[in-house]
Design a protein around this ligand. Structure first.
Ligand SMILES: Nc1ncnc2c1ncn2[C@@H]1O[C@H](COP(=O)(O)OP(=O)(O)OP(=O)(O)O)[C@@H](O)[C@H]1O
Length: 356
């Protein structure tokens, strides 16, 4: 017979405090970041009517909570990120919870976790996801090593996310933005036809003006790339981008010509390229030929780049440590046995690379 699982008085007290906090702030869910199995039934009982999400690093730590014969009926998340700090694991758990639609991107969540003493729930946080996910994106943008001011990047990112989320008049719309090094970027451009921004003054083309952003959403329906200066001025639109091909780029197999163009221009120049996928609204930021940030079409929630990259098929690249890592991260994620009712759509699952 399996030994009885412990459920300490301290854990009971934290559950009661978490419930009080959740009630006080109308939190959508209580998230437990656990480091070992516990008495899941008692945990569920202690949380009462509130939505319970349990996240852990490994499946072993969730023993008894996964699979058809699970003891509880709550949502679970396997993180597979042993090297990460508590903050990073919490962040990942929240992003996964949003991606799996356990919670919404603007909900409040109470999180219980081991902040100080490993293996013991000793900390509670009240997290307003709306603010938190917004800060996350900004924090990540600041980490990008680029000459383009964060304000300009944020503006374009927000615009791209809106295009991906809203589309236009009920139809999905894709887009491609190149931000920074605009003079050199223009050398790789050819107008696809008529360029709607041509002939307007710089101020009439600046994205810091909300009217200009609305105009860009209209133009996005025409296809082609937008070239944006570091100051946020749209230098050209509806452009066919033909950057020099680069043999050392690897992006997910499902991504097509638009994403390859973004990857290649970001490899050739010191710019940031953003591709909005028409298929599912996902926004990808490319720098130096790689996806450095992926933003899902729900409000600003993003996924770390580790989940993004597919190893290329090219044999000469097999064995590179970096690719092995990303492959590993991907396969781990795919093998996770979280009890997920709904899955977030994954970009490009059904398409083949346009470079092939
Ligand atoms: N080099 C390019 N420059 C500008 N626009 C491009 C370029 N390549 C493709 N596009 C535009 O992207 C659109 C989608 O192309 P494609 O399906 O191959 O790309 P994708 O990367 O799979 O993007 P999506 O997920 O939006 O479909 C095309 O209609 C085309 O107008």
């Amino acid at each position: 017979m399996a030994p009885p699982k412990k459920f300490s008085d301290q854990l009971q007290a934290f559950c009661e405090s978490a419930v009080r906090l959740a009630e006080l702030h109308d939190a959508k869910a209580i998230l437990f970041l656990v480091e070992r199995p516990t008495d899941w039934e008692r945990l569920e009982e202690a949380i009462g009517k509130h939505t319970l999400i349990v996240a852990a690093d490994t499946e072993e730590e969730l023993t008894g909570a996964l699979g058809d014969d699970a003891e509880g009926s709550f949502d679970t998340i396997v993180l597979n990120s042993p090297e990460s700090s508590v903050y990073e694991r919490l962040t990942q758990a929240l992003l996964e919870a949003v991606a799996e639609e356990f919670i919404g991107p603007s909900d409040a969540v109470v999180a219980a976790y081991s902040g100080f003493e490993s293996g013991t729930i000793d900390s509670l946080s009240l997290i307003q996801l709306d603010d938190y996910l917004g800060r996350l994106t900004i924090r990540d943008l600041r980490q990008l090593n680029t000459k383009t001011p964060t304000e300009t990047l944020k503006l374009v990112v927000d615009l791209a996310v809106e295009i991906g989320r809203e589309g236009r008049e009920g139809k999905p719309v894709g887009a491609l933005f190149v931000v920074g090094e605009h003079r050199k970027a223009l050398e790789y451009c050819k107008p696809m036809g008529f360029d709607p921004v041509k002939g307007y003054s710089a101020t009439e083309r600046n994205l810091f003006d909300a009217k200009v952003r609305e105009g860009v959403k209209e133009i996005a329906q025409m296809d082609g790339a937008f070239i944006v200066s570091s100051k946020g001025t749209v230098m050209a639109s509806a452009q066919h981008l033909a950057p020099p091909p680069s043999s050392d780029i690897s992006i997910s197999k499902g991504l097509g010509a638009r994403h390859w163009a973004a990857a290649q221009i970001s490899r050739a120049l010191e710019c940031v390229a953003l591709a909005v996928s028409e298929s599912n609204g996902t926004v990808r930021l490319f720098q130096n030929g790689e996806v450095v940030l992926r933003i899902e079409p729900f409000r600003r929630a993003m996924k770390w780049k580790d989940f993004e990259t597919d190893a290329p098929d090219r044999p000469e690249k097999e064995g590179k440590a970096k690719e092995a890592k990303s492959k590993d991260a991907k396969s781990k994620k795919e093998s996770k046995s979280a009890k997920t009712a709904k899955k977030a759509p994954k970009a490009g699952d059904s398409k083949e690379s346009a470079e092939a």
